[in-house]
Design a binder for this molecule. Structure first.
Ligand SMILES: *[C@@H]1O[C@H](CO)[C@@H](O)[C@H](O)[C@H]1NC(C)=O
Length: 247
Protein backbone atom coordinates (compact mmCIF):
# COMPACT_ATOMS: atom_id res chain seq x y z
CA UNK A 1 0.00 0.00 0.00
CA UNK A 2 2.61 2.64 0.96
CA UNK A 3 4.53 1.82 -2.21
CA UNK A 4 1.40 2.32 -4.32
CA UNK A 5 0.74 5.69 -2.70
CA UNK A 6 4.28 6.83 -3.34
CA UNK A 7 4.11 5.84 -6.99
CA UNK A 8 0.83 7.62 -7.45
CA UNK A 9 2.25 10.76 -5.86
CA UNK A 10 5.31 10.55 -8.10
CA UNK A 11 3.11 10.19 -11.17
CA UNK A 12 1.01 13.17 -10.23
CA UNK A 13 4.19 15.17 -9.71
CA UNK A 14 5.50 14.13 -13.08
CA UNK A 15 2.25 14.97 -14.83
CA UNK A 16 2.03 18.43 -13.32
CA UNK A 17 5.70 19.01 -14.23
CA UNK A 18 4.97 18.19 -17.85
CA UNK A 19 1.85 20.29 -18.11
CA UNK A 20 3.15 23.22 -16.13
CA UNK A 21 1.41 24.36 -13.00
CA UNK A 22 -2.21 25.03 -13.74
CA UNK A 23 -4.05 28.02 -12.38
CA UNK A 24 -7.75 28.73 -12.25
CA UNK A 25 -9.71 31.32 -14.16
CA UNK A 26 -13.28 31.28 -12.93
CA UNK A 27 -14.32 27.64 -13.39
CA UNK A 28 -11.53 26.83 -15.87
CA UNK A 29 -8.03 25.55 -15.31
CA UNK A 30 -5.32 26.95 -17.53
CA UNK A 31 -1.58 26.86 -18.11
CA UNK A 32 -0.23 30.36 -17.40
CA UNK A 33 2.63 29.83 -19.85
CA UNK A 34 0.04 29.55 -22.65
CA UNK A 35 -2.83 31.76 -21.51
CA UNK A 36 -3.64 34.86 -19.55
CA UNK A 37 -6.77 35.22 -17.41
CA UNK A 38 -8.66 38.52 -17.44
CA UNK A 39 -11.12 39.54 -14.72
CA UNK A 40 -11.07 35.97 -13.45
CA UNK A 41 -13.34 34.97 -16.33
CA UNK A 42 -11.77 35.46 -19.79
CA UNK A 43 -8.87 33.38 -21.07
CA UNK A 44 -6.74 34.75 -23.89
CA UNK A 45 -3.78 32.95 -25.49
CA UNK A 46 -0.22 34.24 -25.33
CA UNK A 47 0.94 34.58 -28.94
CA UNK A 48 4.42 35.66 -30.00
CA UNK A 49 5.08 36.37 -26.34
CA UNK A 50 2.15 38.79 -26.16
CA UNK A 51 -0.60 37.96 -23.68
CA UNK A 52 -3.56 38.97 -25.82
CA UNK A 53 -5.74 41.66 -24.32
CA UNK A 54 -9.43 41.32 -23.61
CA UNK A 55 -12.18 43.51 -25.04
CA UNK A 56 -15.57 42.48 -23.68
CA UNK A 57 -14.65 38.82 -24.09
CA UNK A 58 -12.78 39.11 -27.39
CA UNK A 59 -9.03 38.53 -27.39
CA UNK A 60 -6.97 41.01 -29.39
CA UNK A 61 -3.40 42.04 -30.13
CA UNK A 62 -2.31 45.54 -29.19
CA UNK A 63 -0.14 45.54 -32.30
CA UNK A 64 -3.27 45.86 -34.42
CA UNK A 65 -6.29 46.82 -32.31
CA UNK A 66 -7.45 49.03 -29.51
CA UNK A 67 -10.45 48.68 -27.21
CA UNK A 68 -12.46 51.75 -26.26
CA UNK A 69 -15.63 51.47 -24.19
CA UNK A 70 -15.65 47.73 -24.86
CA UNK A 71 -15.51 48.23 -28.62
CA UNK A 72 -12.66 46.75 -30.62
CA UNK A 73 -11.22 48.93 -33.40
CA UNK A 74 -8.28 48.65 -35.78
CA UNK A 75 -5.50 51.04 -34.84
CA UNK A 76 -5.19 53.91 -37.32
CA UNK A 77 -2.84 53.29 -40.24
CA UNK A 78 0.36 55.29 -40.05
CA UNK A 79 1.95 56.84 -43.12
CA UNK A 80 4.91 58.23 -41.18
CA UNK A 81 8.31 56.52 -41.49
CA UNK A 82 9.31 54.09 -38.78
CA UNK A 83 11.93 51.67 -37.59
CA UNK A 84 10.89 48.18 -36.56
CA UNK A 85 11.95 46.16 -33.54
CA UNK A 86 11.43 42.51 -32.72
CA UNK A 87 8.81 41.98 -30.04
CA UNK A 88 8.68 38.73 -28.10
CA UNK A 89 9.93 39.04 -24.52
CA UNK A 90 10.78 35.33 -24.50
CA UNK A 91 13.54 35.82 -27.08
CA UNK A 92 17.07 37.19 -26.73
CA UNK A 93 16.52 39.40 -29.77
CA UNK A 94 13.50 41.11 -28.18
CA UNK A 95 13.85 44.84 -28.86
CA UNK A 96 16.47 44.38 -31.60
CA UNK A 97 15.95 46.16 -34.91
CA UNK A 98 14.97 44.96 -38.35
CA UNK A 99 18.02 45.69 -40.51
CA UNK A 100 18.42 46.03 -44.26
CA UNK A 101 21.47 44.64 -46.04
CA UNK A 102 22.00 42.76 -49.27
CA UNK A 103 18.47 43.71 -50.39
CA UNK A 104 17.09 41.62 -47.55
CA UNK A 105 15.57 42.36 -44.16
CA UNK A 106 17.32 40.64 -41.25
CA UNK A 107 16.98 40.86 -37.50
CA UNK A 108 19.65 42.43 -35.33
CA UNK A 109 22.11 42.72 -38.23
CA UNK A 110 24.01 45.72 -39.60
CA UNK A 111 22.21 48.19 -41.83
CA UNK A 112 24.04 48.54 -45.13
CA UNK A 113 23.70 51.78 -47.10
CA UNK A 114 25.41 54.07 -49.57
CA UNK A 115 25.42 57.78 -50.30
CA UNK A 116 27.22 59.42 -53.26
CA UNK A 117 29.98 61.89 -52.36
CA UNK A 118 28.22 64.73 -54.17
CA UNK A 119 25.30 64.55 -51.74
CA UNK A 120 27.73 65.42 -48.96
CA UNK A 121 26.19 66.78 -45.78
CA UNK A 122 22.69 66.03 -47.05
CA UNK A 123 23.35 62.29 -46.68
CA UNK A 124 21.18 60.73 -43.97
CA UNK A 125 23.22 58.78 -41.37
CA UNK A 126 22.41 55.50 -43.14
CA UNK A 127 22.98 53.34 -40.06
CA UNK A 128 19.33 52.71 -39.25
CA UNK A 129 16.74 50.90 -41.32
CA UNK A 130 13.83 53.27 -41.88
CA UNK A 131 10.70 52.02 -43.59
CA UNK A 132 7.48 53.61 -44.75
CA UNK A 133 4.18 51.95 -45.61
CA UNK A 134 1.34 53.60 -47.49
CA UNK A 135 -1.83 52.02 -48.83
CA UNK A 136 -0.78 48.45 -48.03
CA UNK A 137 2.56 48.77 -49.81
CA UNK A 138 5.93 49.18 -48.16
CA UNK A 139 9.20 50.79 -49.13
CA UNK A 140 12.51 51.83 -47.70
CA UNK A 141 12.57 55.46 -46.58
CA UNK A 142 15.34 56.64 -48.90
CA UNK A 143 16.29 59.76 -50.87
CA UNK A 144 17.44 58.05 -54.06
CA UNK A 145 15.18 58.99 -57.00
CA UNK A 146 12.73 56.20 -57.71
CA UNK A 147 12.95 54.90 -54.15
CA UNK A 148 13.32 51.28 -53.11
CA UNK A 149 10.23 49.14 -52.87
CA UNK A 150 10.04 46.32 -50.33
CA UNK A 151 8.19 43.05 -50.88
CA UNK A 152 7.70 39.48 -49.71
CA UNK A 153 10.01 37.41 -51.89
CA UNK A 154 9.00 33.93 -53.12
CA UNK A 155 10.41 32.41 -49.90
CA UNK A 156 8.35 34.84 -47.83
CA UNK A 157 11.45 36.66 -46.68
CA UNK A 158 11.37 40.45 -46.96
CA UNK A 159 13.40 41.92 -49.79
CA UNK A 160 13.75 45.33 -51.42
CA UNK A 161 14.65 46.60 -54.85
CA UNK A 162 18.08 47.81 -55.80
CA UNK A 163 18.32 51.59 -56.26
CA UNK A 164 17.49 52.67 -59.84
CA UNK A 165 15.72 49.39 -60.54
CA UNK A 166 12.12 48.30 -60.21
CA UNK A 167 12.95 44.61 -60.67
CA UNK A 168 11.22 42.28 -58.21
CA UNK A 169 11.64 38.47 -58.29
CA UNK A 170 8.74 36.65 -59.96
CA UNK A 171 6.27 35.38 -57.38
CA UNK A 172 6.89 38.21 -54.92
CA UNK A 173 4.05 40.00 -53.14
CA UNK A 174 4.20 43.76 -52.85
CA UNK A 175 0.96 44.64 -51.11
CA UNK A 176 -1.20 43.50 -48.22
CA UNK A 177 0.88 45.05 -45.44
CA UNK A 178 -0.51 47.00 -42.51
CA UNK A 179 1.36 49.62 -40.48
CA UNK A 180 -0.51 50.69 -37.36
CA UNK A 181 0.14 53.80 -35.33
CA UNK A 182 1.32 52.81 -31.87
CA UNK A 183 1.16 49.19 -32.97
CA UNK A 184 2.91 46.88 -35.36
CA UNK A 185 3.82 46.18 -38.94
CA UNK A 186 1.66 43.30 -40.07
CA UNK A 187 1.66 40.98 -43.07
CA UNK A 188 -1.99 40.54 -43.95
CA UNK A 189 -1.18 37.97 -46.66
CA UNK A 190 -0.45 35.17 -44.23
CA UNK A 191 -3.94 34.51 -42.93
CA UNK A 192 -2.90 35.39 -39.42
CA UNK A 193 0.23 33.22 -39.25
CA UNK A 194 2.38 36.27 -38.62
CA UNK A 195 6.12 36.93 -38.59
CA UNK A 196 8.77 34.61 -37.24
CA UNK A 197 12.42 35.01 -36.27
CA UNK A 198 14.65 32.20 -37.51
CA UNK A 199 17.80 31.66 -35.44
CA UNK A 200 21.15 31.54 -37.21
CA UNK A 201 21.52 28.27 -39.15
CA UNK A 202 17.83 27.34 -38.86
CA UNK A 203 16.00 26.75 -42.10
CA UNK A 204 14.68 29.93 -43.57
CA UNK A 205 17.74 31.33 -45.31
CA UNK A 206 19.11 34.77 -44.64
CA UNK A 207 22.75 33.90 -43.95
CA UNK A 208 24.56 33.80 -40.61
CA UNK A 209 22.27 36.12 -38.62
CA UNK A 210 18.68 35.94 -37.47
CA UNK A 211 16.31 35.98 -40.40
CA UNK A 212 12.81 37.35 -40.66
CA UNK A 213 10.19 35.19 -42.35
CA UNK A 214 6.47 35.51 -42.87
CA UNK A 215 4.71 32.28 -42.09
CA UNK A 216 1.66 30.82 -43.75
CA UNK A 217 -0.21 27.55 -43.79
CA UNK A 218 2.13 25.91 -46.32
CA UNK A 219 5.51 27.01 -44.96
CA UNK A 220 4.71 26.81 -41.23
CA UNK A 221 6.26 23.34 -41.00
CA UNK A 222 9.42 24.39 -42.82
CA UNK A 223 9.82 27.34 -40.45
CA UNK A 224 9.07 25.20 -37.40
CA UNK A 225 12.30 26.08 -35.59
CA UNK A 226 11.59 29.80 -36.02
CA UNK A 227 9.93 31.77 -33.23
CA UNK A 228 6.74 33.82 -33.64
CA UNK A 229 7.33 37.53 -33.18
CA UNK A 230 5.56 40.84 -33.61
CA UNK A 231 7.25 43.73 -35.36
CA UNK A 232 6.82 46.86 -33.29
CA UNK A 233 6.55 50.21 -35.06
CA UNK A 234 8.69 53.05 -33.70
CA UNK A 235 7.37 56.10 -35.52
CA UNK A 236 9.65 58.86 -36.77
CA UNK A 237 8.81 62.41 -37.87
CA UNK A 238 7.29 62.46 -41.33
CA UNK A 239 9.89 63.04 -44.02
CA UNK A 240 12.63 61.14 -42.15
CA UNK A 241 14.97 59.35 -44.54
CA UNK A 242 17.09 56.54 -43.16
CA UNK A 243 19.61 56.54 -46.00
CA UNK A 244 20.30 57.82 -49.47
CA UNK A 245 19.89 54.20 -50.51
CA UNK A 246 20.11 50.80 -48.83
CA UNK A 247 22.48 48.32 -50.41
C1 LIG B 1 3.65 30.39 -48.23
O1 LIG B 1 5.01 30.75 -48.35
C2 LIG B 1 5.73 29.98 -49.26
C3 LIG B 1 7.17 30.43 -49.21
O2 LIG B 1 7.70 30.16 -47.93
C4 LIG B 1 5.14 30.15 -50.64
O3 LIG B 1 5.84 29.35 -51.57
C5 LIG B 1 3.68 29.74 -50.62
O4 LIG B 1 3.10 30.03 -51.88
C6 LIG B 1 2.93 30.50 -49.55
N1 LIG B 1 1.60 29.93 -49.40
C7 LIG B 1 0.48 30.64 -49.50
C8 LIG B 1 -0.79 29.92 -49.22
O5 LIG B 1 0.48 31.82 -49.82
Amino acid sequence: MPRFTLTAAALVGLASGVLGDLETCGQAQYDPTQYVCWDNQFLCPITAGEPLSNCAGACYSKFMYSCTNNVLALLPATEAPFTLTVDNPALLIHGKPVTAAGRHWSLDGETSSYCPDQVGDACPPGDETVIVSIGGRVSMSVMVPGGQQAYLDPFWNMGYTQAHSAAIPAGSISDGFGAYEGGGFVNLNGNGWGWAACPPRASGGGGPGWNLVARNETNAEKYNDCHPINLKINSLPSGTFGAWQYT
